[in-house]
Design a protein around this ligand. Structure first.
Ligand SMILES: Cc1cc2nc3c(=O)[nH]c(=O)nc-3n(C[C@H](O)[C@H](O)[C@H](O)COP(=O)(O)OP(=O)(O)OC[C@H]3O[C@@H](n4cnc5c(N)ncnc54)[C@H](O)[C@@H]3O)c2cc1C
Length: 372
C-alpha cells in the first residue's frame, strides 16, 4: 500500500506520458490538457503564512488613457485599471506612449511606480526618452504588489457603463498586453503559462468574456465530469499567464535602472503640485491616487483580501469560482475571493478570512487526488 502510494506520488511529479499505470479515465481527469498532474491544495489554519488586503483602483466606465494640456505641460493619464492592472499594464502604457510620441518632446516624468508606471517608463525609455519616475511608494509597497497576478482583463469596468469607444480602447490595450507579457515568460520576470479551471453551479452564459476573446484563451474548453477531478457541475478550462508580483516588479525596476532611469520618492498633494515638475510631459500612473490628484470622483476602491498558505510546488493550476480563487505562486498558495466596493480599509476582515479558508478547504477536500 505504502509503496503503491509512493509510486503514485513520484509519478505525479512527471508529465502525463509517464503515467501509463493509471487508468485512461484517471489519467485524463487528473491531468491538465498540457499533461500536468492536478494536485489538491492542503488548506488548514496551521499553513497560513500571511493575510493581506489591497484596493483595486476601479472606475465603472473603465481606465483612463488620455492627454490633457495645462499651459506648457502635457499630462497623459494612465490609471484606473480596477482588478486588471497587472494584466493591462503594458497595453494601456502602449496607448499612453503613443500619445506621448505625438508631442515633440523627449523627456517625461512618470508618476507612480506600480505595474502601470513601470511599464510606461520602460516603453518610453525604449523609444529613447529620458525618464524620471516620481512616486510616494515603491515596490514592495504598492497595490501592484498585492495583486494575485493572473493575466485576466476582468473586473475592469461595469458592463452597464460600457461605451463602444471604451470597448475599442480596452480591446487594443488587452491585445497589446497579451503580446508584451509573452515576451517576458520565464523565471527572470516570474511569468508563466498555467492552466485555469473556472468552476460553477451554472453553465457559462452565452455572451461570456472568454468566448468573446477566445483567441487569447488557448485550450479553452468546457469539461465533462469525466474530464476533471473537481466536485462541481460546470467546469471550464483555459490557459493564461500568471505574473508573480514579487519577482516581476523588482525585475522591472532593475531593467528601468539598467536603462538609465531615475526614481525620486515624492508625494504630490494636488494637480498644482504635479505641474511644478520640470518635465514637459507628465504621465500619470498613480492608480487610486488620481482621485485626489486629478479630482476624479468616478474612481473608487474595491477592496480585496488574500490569505497565503505555505507553498506547494506540486500544485500547478489556477482555480476560480463560486466566490473563491486559488493561484499557486512560489511565495505561497494564494487564496482570495473578496470584492468590497467603496471600502478604503486595508485591514483584513476576520470573517472574510474565515470564509475564504473554509470554502477552499471544503472545495479541495472534495477534489479527487489519486496521489494524496
Ligand atoms: C486583492 C487584489 C488582487 C488583484 N489581482 C489581480 C490580478 O490577478 N491580475 C491583475 O491584473 N490585477 C489584479 N489586481 C489589480 C491590480 O493590483 C491593480 O489594478 C494594479 O496594481 C494597479 O496598478 P497601478 O500601477 O495603477 O497602481 P499602484 O500599484 O497602486 O501604483 C500607484 C503608484 O502611484 C503612487 N502614487 C499614488 N498617489 C500618489 C501621490 N499622491 N504622490 C506620489 N505618488 C503617488 C503610488 O505610491 C504607487 O507608486 C488585484 C488587486 C487586488 C487588491
Amino acid at each position: 500500500m505504502t509503496s503503491r502510494r509512493s509510486l503514485l506520488q513520484a509519478m505525479a511529479l512527471l508529465p502525463l506520458a509517464s503515467a501509463c499505470a493509471l487508468s485512461p479515465t484517471t489519467r485524463s481527469r487528473n491531468y491538465t490538457p498540457s499533461g500536468l498532474p492536478l494536485r489538491r491544495v492542503i488548506v488548514s489554519d496551521a499553513r497560513v503564512i500571511r493575510t493581506i488586503a489591497g484596493l483595486r483602483p476601479f472606475r465603472s466606465a473603465g481606465f483612463v488613457v488620455k492627454a490633457e494640456s495645462y499651459d506648457d505641460k502635457i499630462v497623459i493619464h494612465n490609471y484606473g485599471h480596477g482588478g486588471g492592472g497587472i494584466t493591462l499594464s503594458w497595453g494601456t502604457s502602449h496607448l499612453a506612449m503613443e500619445l506621448a510620441l505625438q508631442t515633440s518632446h523627449r523627456r517625461c516624468a512618470v508618476l507612480g511606480c506600480g505595474a502601470v508606471g513601470l511599464a510606461t517608463a520602460r516603453l518610453m525609455q525604449d523609444r529613447g526618452w529620458d525618464v524620471t519616475i516620481y512616486a510616494k511608494d515603491l515596490p514592495p509597497n504598492t497595490t501592484s504588489n498585492i495583486a494575485g497576478g493572473q493575466w485576466s482583463p476582468t473586473s475592469v469596468y461595469d458592463e452597464a457603463a460600457l461605451t463602444p469607444a471604451f470597448e475599442m480602447q480596452f480591446e487594443q490595450a488587452m491585445r497589446h498586453a497579451y503580446r508584451y507579457f509573452q515576451n517576458l515568460v520565464g523565471p527572470k520576470y516570474g511569468v508563466r503559462w498555467i492552466s485555469n479551471y473556472t468552476v460553477s453551479n451554472n453553465p457559462p452564459s452565452p455572451e461570456n468574456f472568454n468566448d468573446k476573446y477566445a483567441d487569447m484563451y488557448p485550450q479553452l474548453m468546457d469539461l465533462t465530469p469525466d474530464q476533471h477531478p473537481f466536485a462541481a457541475p460546470f467546469v471550464r478550462h483555459y490557459d493564461t499567464m500568471l505574473i508573480e508580483p514579487a519577482i516581476y516588479l523588482p525585475a522591472m525596476m532593475q531593467d528601468y535602472y539598467a536603462a538609465g532611469g531615475l526614481i525620486v520618492v515624492r508625494e504630490f498633494t494636488d494637480r498644482a503640485d504635479v505641474l511644478t515638475l520640470a518635465e514637459p510631459v507628465i504621465i500619470n500612473c498613480t492608480g487610486l491616487g488620481s482621485r485626489d490628484l486629478f479630482d476624479d470622483e468616478e474612481l473608487f476602491p474595491i477592496k480585496g483580501q488574500l490569505s497565503f498558505l505555505l507553498p506547494q510546488s506540486e500544485v500547478n493550476y489556477i482555480l476560480i469560482g463560486n466566490g473563491i480563487y486559488m493561484f499557486p505562486r512560489s511565495d505561497g498558495i494564494l487564496l482570495g475571493g473578496t470584492f468590497e466596493r467603496h471600502e478604503w480599509s486595508l485591514t483584513p476582515d476576520p470573517q472574510e478570512t474565515r470564509r475564504i479558508l473554509d470554502q477552499h478547504q471544503t472545495f479541495f477536500a472534495a477534489m479527487d487526488d489519486p496521489w494524496a
